[in-house]
Design a binder for this molecule. Sequence first.
Ligand code: B1M
Length: 221
Amino acid sequence: MTPDEVLQGLYDETLVGNAPRVLELTTIGIDMDMGPETLLFDALIPSLEEVGARFERGDFFVPEMLIAGRAMSGALDVLRPLLAETGAETVGTFLMGTVKGDVHDIGKNLVNIMLEGAGFHVIDLGVQVAPEKFIEAITEHQPDIVGMSAFLTTTMPMFKANINALEKAGMRDQVIVMVGGAPVTQEYADAVGADAYAPDASATVKKAKDLIAKRRASVAV
Ligand code: B1M
């Protein structure tokens, strides 16, 4: 197979949710030294974007989205160790969760992989994380950053609910709050009082590092 055939195959098979073939093509791509980022950004993510576009047009329904998502998650499991392979020392602790009412986790998982690769200790609370669960986990793990992911316009308001819960628990100043997810914007992040927003995984890593460095510098003064 040529690299282009691998990419095209990955795109097509993710689109139809053929998880075993996606897994196989991912492995073939890696064996051909194609690089995990190429497989991810040139085939897997564009395919899921097309799944979303077809869902919006009414050509795809929830089951199609679900199997495509599963196929992508299988590929991510294979890519995870390659993307996270840096050996960097721990930069800080990042507590991450998809907000209550939302089950989308592929974007969050990708952010986690990149954070781990950049040297963060990541604690993933999973999906449908209620405000009380964030509070409990902050008390237990004392993270530097709390990350909240949302993929639905109907669940984005949970950012505010979580931040309110942090304030009520007297913890708001203790942590940096970062938000993200497909429908989230910088304006929305500002409106709910988050400390930062990032549109994708690599921007999250960069912002998270900057924010921690700034906070540590201000504490040192
Ligand atoms: Co859903 N879904 N879905 N879905 N789904 C979307 C999000 C949608 C945009 C599709 C569409 O209409 N075009 C739409 C939302 C519309 C809206 O609210 N604006 C939608 C809908 C409507 C729904 C349901 C309501 C459908 C229904 O039941 N009628 C339902 C809701 C379920 C629920 O959560 N309660 C639903 C269900 C599902 C599945 C379960 C079937 C499945 C999820 C599987 C899973 O995640 N395990 C699914 C899928 C697969 C999608 C699409 C097709 C793909 C999402 C994805 O994983 N993309 C999606 C369409 C789309 O987004 N275009 C869609 C890949 C991922 C890598 O995305 O955004 O690039 P990406 O990720 C980035 C950033 O978001 C960012 O970094 C990531 C990596 O670079 N980021 C952060 C993410 N979190 C961050 C946190 C940060 C910083 C950055 O800081 C903390």
